[in-house]
Design a protein around this ligand. Sequence first.
Ligand code: CAA
Length: 694
Amino acid sequence: MTAINPVTDFSKDGEIGIITLNSPPVNALSAKVRDGLFEGFKAAIADPAVKAIVLICDGRTFIAGADISEFGGAMGGASLFDVQNMMEESPKPVIAAIHGTALGGGLEVALCAHYRIAVPSARCGLPEVNLGLLPGAGGTQRLPRIAGVEKALEMVTSGQHVPAKECLAMGLVDELAEEGKLKDGAIAFARKIVAENRPLVKVRDNNKKLEEAKGHPEIFANFRKANARKFRGFKAPEANIQCIEAAVSLPFEEGLKVERKLFGEVMMSPHSAAQRYYFFAERQANKIPDVPDDTPLIPIKKVGIIGAGTMGGGIAMNFVNAGIPVTIVEVKQDALDRGLKVVRGNYERSAKNGRFPMSEVDKRMAMFNGSLDMSSLADCDLVIEAVFERMDIKKDIFTRLDAICKPGAILATNTSGLNIDEIASVTKRPEAVIGLHFFSPANVMKLLEIVRADHTSKSVIATSMKLAKTIGKIAVLVGVCPGFVGNRILGARGREAQKMVLEGAMPWDVDRVLYDFGFPMGPFAMSDLAGLDIGWVKEKSHGETIRDVLCEADRRGQKTGAGYYDYDPETRAAKPSPVTEKIIKDFVSKSGKNPRTIPDDEILERCIYPMINEGAKILEEKKAIRPSDIDVVWVNGYGWPVYRGGPMHYGDFIGLDKVLAKMKEFQATMGDAFKPAALLEKLVAEGKKFSDLR
Ligand code: CAA
């Protein structure tokens, strides 16, 4: 074996040359890797004893793409195009041997091999779109030549990781190797190619599938139309589509030029900068400075849930889906039956949609043990309380859990804002108490706020973070404060939205501005969806707020067919409501205020800047570890558009000095709700950004 460079080896097995990359964690195409590939292929091609060349990777995966951390800086080392050219033009067959994932630039490298072999567990994809990019190394030109235009469109705009078997079926992979025996399989495959004198297949020369799409522009028009909602606001999907259009309409080299031009454009866009920032933010959120990687974990083999309502049932489904049985406790049989019926209904719907076979529904339901007796939680490793948001009830439950649960069990609350230290104080084991704040619908929403109380142990934190991954959630560790991170910032936005309505804006004006910013819906549409009567008590309602008046008129949101908006009984489409408009106008005139038209700019700034300011306060109080954690909460839990990075990234993007100046201007005219956070003042004074706090 010869070391080509620190991350690349070259060896021979008889007449087969083997280039092995080993650049942890994911063999990304850094300058060193590109250099290693370039020199490795040069050596293999020059070696007269070598008849075919296998490219394989050590570690967990084949090349997982370009090294994202290099983007935006000067790129040293060999160019990827030179590497690809050398592979494709090699006079000896080149075989890419794939395990783990061949993603982005990794798949683009593999597409320059003459043949590809993979283990069944491998996956291939071009996920650049998720970074606000497009495959910039020929992927958009080569993939449709193998996969066909429609499949290529789907792959480049979704970023999906396609399983090896499907890759084999579409010809993206030529052969499957036995799991765990990729190297042997690849060498044997290479020998076969040499023995059979198979041709040097260049994907770029295969135009058959493109010819089929020529003269059918409707393929693209239909695709755009079908996905318009999904792509709204994003720039990269359209750029990816245009590249595939170029593959169909232009010769290969010309198509490559279009790809390169559009790659440059998306790469320079703030959208891609935000999405790349977000990629690392999500991974950073897993790192807890004072909880080392080797912190002992508590094995979680059985979970208990208290409360079979919407939240409890949804939470339970996450564990069952991951193969962890659940005991779910309710106070009354009918409530338990109702809860389990809803869960079954959810599973049946998934089965009908083809997510899994119908037989799976019973299998999953068999993992639920319904009970009316809290003592059946005695052998659970984790219990999550998901009952009403009332401190007295929660304290009572935790007192009982403390007596019932086995030593070492984690006692969690799903509260969305109550003081977890107070809840923990009723137990003799506050170190076992933690907040696991799921978002509704809990079986769907990705975010999990993990709330660390004063005494929560490191083991309990590490286990909760790990468990979040097991059940497919994106976890962010936050501290105890009213509303934690997500709802606290939501409160800052909601207050301003409400105030603006009292000043003359209509709910749909505010919602439209936020929708255009990129949110899936604005705060008023969100209230209608959740139900205006959450926390509203009929007996205590005296028309003191617009919400009171709406609820009193039985306009309680979507469920009653009317709330802030009117809802079409057939389509459930929202329409601005003349009734609401009159209610608001009457309300404002009674308050003696002169309504005014609020410009869109002001609506946006008054909604967004207080969120950034609240984020700064959260950081000051150390309720979030880092600014990017706040962004991960907002992107995953509240629909903040990922191409704007999150509130803290957005603050950096527009300039904290600008945010501060506006907050001061608003404070002068509208009071201390706009008082700038000390941290915001400090960062501006020091000429720094939130990202400098990392
Ligand atoms: N560049 C740099 N670092 C990367 C990386 C990349 N392409 N992919 C992953 N990493 C890093 C992660 O940041 C993480 O680092 P830390 O441990 O320091 O946090 C580490 O590798 C492991 O990553 P994950 O935690 O995500 O590990 P996983 O096993 O859950 O997932 C993966 C592995 C599926 C490869 C996932 O990391 C992933 O999806 N990576 C991105 C793939 C991608 O987008 N490739 C396209 C890049 S752009 C491109 O290639 C442009 C082009 O056309 C040339």
